[in-house]
Unconditional design. Structure first.
Ligand SMILES: NC(=O)c1ccc[n+]([C@@H]2O[C@H](COP(=O)([O-])OP(=O)(O)OC[C@H]3O[C@@H](n4cnc5c(N)ncnc54)[C@H](OP(=O)(O)O)[C@@H]3O)[C@@H](O)[C@H]2O)c1
Length: 288
């Protein structure tokens, strides 16, 4: 763990505690990213805003071999010399950028090497949350998770998670390994993750909601949504705050990890944890 300032609203990821809204560090590392120094400033502003969860990946970089690990190096630079209490660092392995694709490599030997390289780039002795970026169809999920369980037994990772899984894959993962978190896409009003959220609640594991605004390509829609705008007007906040608060109200297992390249925004995102939406929040999830 890296030192940082602690938020009042905490959620559990296995034995770890993190702020209820985390920071997703893809936007500052992949195509369309800001300059390095702005990225560093965004990481620092997330911690200053009280966020104690930062999510990155070894594959958050531009598409070039030399770039692999850029996002992790950036997070490490942003966290250097920060005073205070613990920030949970989550990263991922099992995917690389190659030939215009995000290429999956879930082989155990790749995951072992990837984790050790991530540790060096993040300048840590142990990664707080290490996640399989996506199941590799060419490798049984149990084999990938077996390698991660060994990494945990060696003390190189504290908790492990899976990303972009189906319900069936999550059930298999939970049978095969001590999985503490799932990271799947979830934005306000979506019902396709309902069964996975229910399983997370039953099993006491965290659901990290990635792309909580629908991803950079769709994020503008949040600002144009009439229901979100009405709730935002009633609370005197922005529709983006309401979108995050609605995720927090949806389940105590959910931890949204919004992304931004703008150093002013983490402070706005963090304030969602202080919003109580009540019935207006439930109405934003029509299926419930
Ligand atoms: N596991 C996976 O496979 C996976 C896949 C995708 C994402 N993720 C994780 O999820 C995180 C978040 O996803 P994401 O960054 O792709 O998408 P996102 O959080 O849904 O949306 C980010 C976009 O929202 C915009 N935005 C944020 N706050 C705003 C506001 N107040 N007003 C207007 N626009 C606003 C940002 O623009 P600005 O930059 O201008 O603020 C950015 O373009 C990633 O960083 C990553 O950690 C994981």
């Amino acid at each position: 763990m890296v030192e940082g300032r602690r938020d009042r609203a905490l959620r559990r990821i296995g034995a770890l505690e993190a702020s209820s809204v985390g920071f997703g560090a893809a936007r500052i590392a992949i195509e369309g990213r800001p300059p390095w120094n702005t990225g560093v400033e965004v990481v620092k502003s997330a911690v200053a805003a009280g966020m104690t969860l930062i999510d990155t990946a070894d594959a958050y970089c531009l598409e070039s071999t030399a770039e692999h690990g850029y996002g992790e190096r950036l997070v490490a630079a942003g966290l250097r010399n920060i005073p205070g209490e613990g920030v949970v660092i989550a990263t991922k392995g099992g995917e690389i950028r190659k030939d215009g694709l995000w290429k999956l490599i879930g082989r155990p030997e790749h995951l072992r090497e990837a984790c050790e390289a991530s540790l060096r780039r993040l300048e840590m002795d142990a990664i707080d949350l290490y996640q399989l970026h996506r199941p590799d169809p060419a490798v049984p999920l149990e084999e990938s998770l077996g390698a991660m369980t060994e990494l945990r037994e060696r003390g190189l990772i504290r908790e492990m998670g899976v990303c972009n899984v189906t319900l069936e894959e999550l059930e298999r993962a939970l049978s095969a390994a001590p999985v503490a978190a799932v990271q799947n896409p979830l934005s306000v009003g979506r019902s396709d993750q309902d069964l996975i959220i229910e399983l997370c609640e039953q099993e006491g594991i965290a659901f990290l909601a990635h792309s909580p605004f629908g991803g950079p390509g769709d994020a503008a829609r949040i600002g144009m949504d009439r229901r979100l705008a009405r709730a935002a007007g009633a609370h005197g906040v922005s529709p983006y705050d309401i979108a995050l608060a609605a995720l927090l109200a949806r389940s105590p297992a959910i931890i949204p990890i919004p992304g931004t390249a703008n150093p002013a925004r983490p402070a706005q995102h963090a304030r969602a944890s202080r919003l109580t939406l009540g019935a207006a929040g439930r109405a934003l999830w029509p299926g419930l």
